[in-house]
Design a protein around this ligand. Sequence first.
Ligand code: PSV
Ligand code: MN
Ligand code: MN
Length: 431
Amino acid sequence: MADKQIDPALIADHNQNALADMLADYDALGAKLARQNVDIEQLTQKAVDFGVAIPSWGVGTGGTRFARFPGLGEPRNIYEKLADCAVIAQLSQATPTVSLHIPWDRPDDPAELRETAASWGLGIDAMNSNTFQDHDDMPLSFKYGSLSHTDEAVREQAIAHNIDCIEIGQKLGSKALTVWIGDGTNFPGQQSFTRSFERYLEAMKKVYAALPDDWRVFIEHKIYEPAFYSTVIQDWGSNYLAAKELGDKAQCLVDLGHHAPGVNIEMIVARLFQFGKLGGFHFNDSKYGDDDLDAGSINPYQLFLVFNELVDAELSNPSGFNPAYMLDQSHNVTDPIESLISSAVEVQRAYIQALLVDRAKLADYQDTNDVMMANRTLKSAYITDVSPILAMARHRAGGAIDPITTYRATGYRETVGKQRPARKGSGGGIV
Ligand code: PSV
Ligand code: MN
Ligand code: MN
């Protein structure tokens, strides 16, 4: 039995107030879905079973390159981050795991950290390495790159760091390493595209060789930033080539914010899955670049279309379907706990909406080139308000029917605000 951050009686109290309305909405939706031969109970179970990992770095207030405005009661270490993640998990019942970033979350005692996480019912998701910053305990600088650096000694330092992440992760019960590098150039001519990629592949082979049998490595591409002219792993093409070169345990990670505006991300998802290389996601939303805004806050239709491909993928090849779902966001003007709760719910919503797509009909419309009806089939799933299903799933699992209102009623932020002094920050925000 996991320890509780929030008094279950308080949640039950709030749920009691919201219960009658929620049941009425659930019954009405159940009746509507029944007319479409859809069993609401099956969808509710899918919602109960759904999980997306919280990024440990998301529970602190983020920043931009201009400034960071500290939030109240920001977590100061991995234990406090886990405490916040436990609140999110308890209220949303949709975030059973936490993804860690090393060295930001380096534990003194991994076994103890694992136990603490478990005591709150949390598991440890993918480990993220960090060779996009310099580290106090590393003699060499990553200013001109890491795994693709021209200097073998720097590459070796980056390789050793990734292996360190794997070793820590093993002690924590993780099963995956996510590698995102900022390596690239700011000016034409600065580096050879080909030789940089060769050096990267050679270095990643050494990281790959250190993976335990039951681990995967997720390679994360990003079009630009911090490099502004070229990036070594800039898109899914380079990502796929690298993953293919490395072997079966290497797969591609799609961070929704890492593409040029207008790119058809759902199609990338379909392609990667078709060729066995879809490793996982960093969900977030964006208007312009890697904005790291809350999932579903700008373009919820895109999120739905991504899940439409995922549901299709799972049906076409259930045994080959195992993508890792993680959030990757930066919260500058909201309470990170509220943003992460809301984002987890939006990702879950997109999944349930995608399950509503009538796939037999869709296939018929596609085969007969009935363009209008094919599109309407997707749209009719997307415009269905599945909120009562999500609320029921939370309620049944012990979470809050209305998680953000309930969170506010707990006074958690005010309480930790007294315990955790503000951390000043000026510029140089989180990527
Ligand atoms: C890079 O922009 C990124 O998306 C990678 O996932 C990093 O690990 C994370 O952000 C760090 O904030
Ligand atoms: Mn990311
Ligand atoms: Mn990013």
